[in-house]
Write a protein that binds this ligand. Structure first.
Ligand SMILES: C[S@@+](CC[C@H](N)C(=O)[O-])C[C@H]1O[C@@H](n2cnc3c(N)ncnc32)[C@H](O)[C@@H]1O
Length: 186
C-alpha cells in the first residue's frame, strides 16, 4: 500500500510546478498569531513543504516528514528560495512511530490516517499546538475520494476532545469540503 502511495506521490511531484503551491495553507496563515515560534515543529506528510517553510519563517525548528523523495526535494528547494531552514525526513507513516513528547507544534494538512491520532497526541509536548485540516464527507460530492480518506462530521473535535480547542470550522463550498482545527494539548 505504501509503496504504491510513494510511487503515486513521487510521480505527482515530478514536475517543477508546485502542485500544492508555495504559499502556506490559509488556515495556518490566518491563525499564525497563535504561533510563538519557540521550539520544534513537525509537518506530517508535509509534501512540497509550503507549511514547513512558513513555520520555519516564524522561528520553529521544523521537520518535514513525507514518503515522497520528490516532494521533500522540492520542500528543500522552497526553503532555500525563502531563506528558511527545514529538516526533511523520508519516512512511511504506516511503519514509523512518532517520538513521544517531542514537538511544540504539529501540522497535518490534507492527510488522514486515523492510526496516527494517538501518535500525534503523544508526540506533542504539553502546551503544544496542533493545526489539522483535511477533507470531510461532503467532499465525496465533488471528488472521487474514498470514504476512508475523509473525516466524518465533528471527527477532529472528537478525536482531540481532551485538548483545548482554540479554533474549529467545517466548510462545504463546492468544489471543496474540509474541517480545520487548532487545538492545544493540556
Ligand atoms: C495531499 S498531499 C499534502 C501535502 C501537504 N501536507 C500540503 O498540504 O501541502 C498528501 C501527502 O501525504 C504524503 N503521504 C502519503 N502517504 C504517506 C505515508 N504513508 N507516509 C508519509 N507520507 C505520506 C504524500 O507523499 C503527500 O505529500
Amino acid at each position: 500500500m505504501s509503496l504504491k502511495d510513494k510511487e503515486k506521490w513521487d510521480s505527482k511531484y515530478d514536475a517543477d510546478e508546485y502542485i500544492t503551491g508555495k504559499e502556506p495553507s490559509g488556515w495556518l496563515e490566518e491563525n499564525a498569531g497563535l504561533l510563538d515560534g519557540n521550539g520544534k515543529a513537525l509537518d506530517i506528510a508535509g509534501g512540497e513543504g509550503r507549511n514547513s517553510v512558513f513555520a520555519a519563517s516564524k522561528g520553529y525548528e521544523v521537520t518535514c516528514l513525507d514518503i515522497s523523495e520528490n516532494g521533500l526535494r522540492k520542500a528543500q528547494t522552497l526553503a532555500q528560495e525563502k531563506n528558511a531552514k527545514i529538516t526533511t525526513v523520508l519516512a512511511d507513516l504506516d511503519n514509523n512511530s512518532l517520538k513521544e513528547n517531542e514537538y511544540d507544534l504539529v501540522l497535518c494538512f490534507n492527510f488522514l490516517d486515523r492510526n496516527l491520532f494517538s501518535g500525534i497526541r503523544q508526540t506533542l509536548k504539553s502546551g503544544g499546538l496542533l493545526f489539522y485540516e483535511t477533507f470531510t464527507l461532503d467532499y465525496l460530492k465533488y471528488s472521487s475520494f474514498k470514504k476512508e480518506w475523509v473525516l466524518e462530521a465533528n471527527e477532529l473535535l472528537q478525536a482531540f476532545s481532551d485538548f483545548h480547542i482554540l479554533r474549529y470550522r467545517e466548510v462545504d463550498e463546492n468544489p471543496k469540503a474540509f474541517a480545520s482545527l487548532v487545538a492545544q494539548k493540556p
